[in-house]
Design a protein around this ligand. Structure first.
Ligand SMILES: C[S@@+](CC[C@H](N)C(=O)[O-])C[C@H]1O[C@@H](n2cnc3c(N)ncnc32)[C@H](O)[C@@H]1O
Length: 260
């Protein structure tokens, strides 16, 4: 791990994460815990809502790979899931190389050989799992995807990486998702919820667990508490983010060699 770009941080559940000097933000919530966040904000609620034998997941973005690896951890104990396909973009090749010796929590350690194969080959496949790690821009990548059942919407914050939180981007996700697809995100920000709503999603409160709850978005009705977006719109002057109005701090990354 090149310490000049990233700093190793300990989070509340004992798992380690990184702080990115480029974005000025941690890859996970130190308060919730990196592993707990992956499981409680993304993997567990998504698999409770999507009960299919064959599940296609879009993990935005790979980062340290916690959401992808926590998915493998989760499905170990669920024999109803016959096949999982994970599609995950990541811009930062320097980060990916550094992950080969990252101190993952005990629960994710068994998947280190899969991580190695992903980083070296960009793909992994066995009888039950297929993973594609796309080195490049998530905005480009989503155009090539379809019939996605679960989206883990887990970029850096809207303040730090707004291009992955705009209405236009959410519209692309909407098109890439199956009719009963769900999206999980840690964000509860009003501009984010307005953007998801404008893109056509129905919004729900994430059931409270041991972590601070986020938002769940879906194309169709879910057995969760809906968020009243009509009332929200009446009460706020906040606006959804749009491509032409955001400054994109990753522009140089997205149009160069993918290194931070
Ligand atoms: C908060 S981290 C993701 C954390 C990850 N889910 C995990 O569990 O470790 C956000 C990641 O998005 C990547 N990223 C930022 N903009 C991107 C883009 N336009 N396309 C692909 N990856 C991007 C960053 O390099 C960073 O690794």
């Amino acid at each position: 791990m090149r310490l000049s770009e990233y700093e190793l941080c300990s989070s509340s559940d004992g798992s380690f994460t990184l702080y990115s000097k480029h974005y000025g933000e941690c890859y996970h919530s130190l308060k919730d815990g990196a592993l707990k966040e992956a499981l409680a904000k993304h993997v567990t609620p998504a698999f409770e809502l999507v009960q299919k034998p064959h599940v296609r997941i879009l993990d935005i973005c790979f980062g340290l790979g916690f959401n992808t690896l926590a998915t493998l951890y989760h499905i170990q104990a669920d024999s109803r899931i016959e096949r999982v396909e994970i599609f995950t973009p990541e811009l930062d090749q320097l980060l990916l190389k550094g992950l080969l010796d990252f101190p993952y929590p005990r629960e994710l350690e068994p998947f280190r050989p899969i991580l190695h194969e992903l980083i070296h080959q960009g793909r992994y496949e066995d009888d039950r799992v297929r993973i594609e790690l796309y080195i490049g821009d998530a905005r480009e990548y989503v155009h090539h995807l379809e019939a996605i059942d679960i989206v883990y919407q887990d970029p850096f914050s809207p303040k730090k990486n707004p291009i992955l939180w705009t209405v236009e981007y959410f519209e692309d996700l909407y098109r890439a998702m199956s009719g009963d697809g769900v999206l999980t995100t840690y964000s509860v920000a009003t501009p984010v919820r307005l953007g998801l709503d404008e893109a056509g999603f129905l919004l729900y409160e994430m059931p409270a667990r041991e972590v601070r709850p986020g938002t769940i978005a879906a194309k169709g009705p879910l057995p969760l508490k809906p968020i009243d977006m009509e009332a929200k719109r009446r009460r706020t002057s906040a606006k959804a983010l749009r491509d032409d109005a955001v400054v994109d701090p990753t522009y140089n990354l997205r149009h160069s060699d993918g290194q931070t």
